[in-house]
Design a protein around this ligand. Structure first.
Ligand code: CMC
Length: 439
């Protein structure tokens, strides 16, 4: 097949097969923002050919009205609202409502929504026994994948995806219960008793309370830390069709129950190229150990044969500063100030690394800027989370994004099971040789 060329009228492209001279006209679709897309849905039927795009670098897998990113400008919007405005002027539950319903809530809607989420925060008591089956040294993400998936075994009355009410209840349950499960994963990990949610606290205060309080003494939630936690949740709430969200959509496209789909998303998030990067950043900063070692690590990151990458740098979509990283950088300073941490050696290394990398021609040419995970790990460590919990916190925040995108897909009347094609490069047909005759 030859090249795709724009033709008149502007809303089609013509594809020419240079081998046969055959042409096919393909519609071009316009979104409200972002690149136009060539609609290839009829391509196979009309040409017998597939498109080839491993890693989906040029493929829109769905249409969505939830989140928009302009990677070149470093811009992120949820339902048309800039992330900076949401992070500075809103709160996490309001952003949850926005993502789920499409508009910001009015006062009454917000009150009702906050109340609904709050009254769903407890988990079935039997879940506690389920937790106790894990080894104490299990990675909390392993516990998350299993326990969130297990919600389907506890909440049978919200599994029918055809029923809008059940879909809504499942969405509320996940937004409310995933933080409780995350805090339980932490408590189990450190060998402390589980702490039940408190409905008089805000979402983020309650999360810190369930995570850090112990029955033996009173725990006062710091408003600065609660605000920082809330902001971290907002910044991670959704990010359009990333690996974990696409995983949730693909799992959901088979009409699997919502809890199973979100568990699939958590599994995908775990990897260091995705949500696992915040944990990997801290490990890397600790490995660098001293500012004087930075040039050596920069050299390694540039060496193709080394395989080492600067964690917290680069993004598939952002070819500019990740807008979330800028807000995270500011929040980082606020948190360290509140905790009275004046000289954090890891922060010093991070600042220096960022400065050097942003001046280095390799990073400039490849447009590798700090991403959201570059600073979040430093904040989370300062708040008191072990590195193994970092990706768990990402999952707590992203649950609403996954649920909103899943809901959007299910509510799309023409949705189909996701089923990518392939370019087969394996053996062609060959005769079966009985085992006695094989060499
Ligand atoms: N350090 C050094 N080189 C890099 C880095 C890095 N962090 N990231 C990309 N490159 C190079 C890469 O070697 C490649 O070079 P070349 O063109 O010469 O082959 C070029 O930049 C493009 O990289 P890519 O891997 O083709 O780009 P991608 O879009 O497939 O990968 C990424 C995006 C985020 C996986 C990658 O930048 C990366 O591995 N970054 C480090 C991990 C990280 O911080 N991940 C968190 C992402 S933000 C949170 C989230 O959304 O989950």
């Amino acid at each position: 097949m030859g090249t795709a060329t724009k033709t008149k009228p502007q809303n089609t492209v013509t594809l020419t097969d240079n081998a046969t001279g055959k042409t096919i006209e393909l519609p071009v679709l316009d979104g409200t923002l972002g690149p136009r897309v060539i609609d290839v849905r009829k391509l196979y039927a009309e040409t017998g050919m597939f498109t080839y795009d491993p890693g989906f670098t040029s493929t829109a897998s769905c249409d969505s009205a939830v989140t928009f990113i302009d990677g070149d400008k470093g811009l992120l919007m949820h339902r048309g609202y800039m992330i900076k405005d949401l992070a500075e002027k809103s709160d996490f539950l309001e952003v949850c409502y926005l993502l789920l319903h499409g508009d910001l809530p009015n006062k009454k809607q917000k009150k009702e929504f906050v109340n609904t989420i709050t009254i769903h925060t407890m988990v079935h008591e039997q879940m506690l026994s389920f937790f106790r089956g894990f080894r104490r040294d299990s990675h909390p993400m392993a516990v998350m994948v299993a326990t969130v998936g297990a919600l389907a075994a506890f909440y049978h009355d919200s599994l029918d995806i055809e029923d809008p009410k059940q879909r809504e209840i499942a969405a509320h349950r996940m937004i409310a219960k995933v933080p409780t499960i995350a805090a339980m994963a932490y408590k189990y990990h450190v060998g402390q008793p589980f702490v039940y949610p408190r409905n008089d606290l805000s979402f983020s205060e309650n999360f810190l309370h369930m995570t850090f309080s112990v029955p033996a003494e009173e725990y006062k939630v710091s408003p600065v830390l609660a605000k920082a936690m809330d902001r971290i949740f907002i910044l991670h709430a959704d990010h359009e069709q990333n690996a974990s969200t696409s995983t949730v959509r693909l799992a959901g496209s088979s009409q699997a129950n919502p809890f199973a789909c979100i568990a699939a998303g958590i599994a995908s998030l775990w990897g260091p190229a995705h949500g696992g990067a915040n944990e990997a950043v801290l490990k890397m900063l600790a490995e660098i150990g001293d500012k004087k070692n930075i040039p050596e690590f920069i050299k390694r990151a540039k060496n193709k044969d080394d395989g080492f990458r600067l964690m917290g740098f680069g993004h598939r979509v952002y070819k500019n500063y990740d807008p979330r990283a800028e807000i995270m950088r500011k929040t980082c300073k606020e948190v360290l100030g509140e905790l009275g941490i004046k000289d954090d050696p890891l922060l010093d290394i991070a600042m220096e690394l960022e400065k050097i990398a942003l001046q280095d021609p390799y990073f400039i040419e490849k447009k590798l800027y700090p991403n959201v995970d570059f600073y979040s790990g430093i904040i989370l460590k300062a708040i008191g989370f072990p590195t193994s919990m970092f990706t768990v916190l990402f999952a707590v925040a992203r649950t609403v994004g996954w649920v909103s995108q899943w809901k959007e897909m299910i509510e799309e009347p023409t949705h189909k099971i996701g089923r990518p094609r392939q370019l087969y490069v394996g053996q062609t047909e060959r005769p079966f040789i009985p085992i006695e005759k094989r060499k």
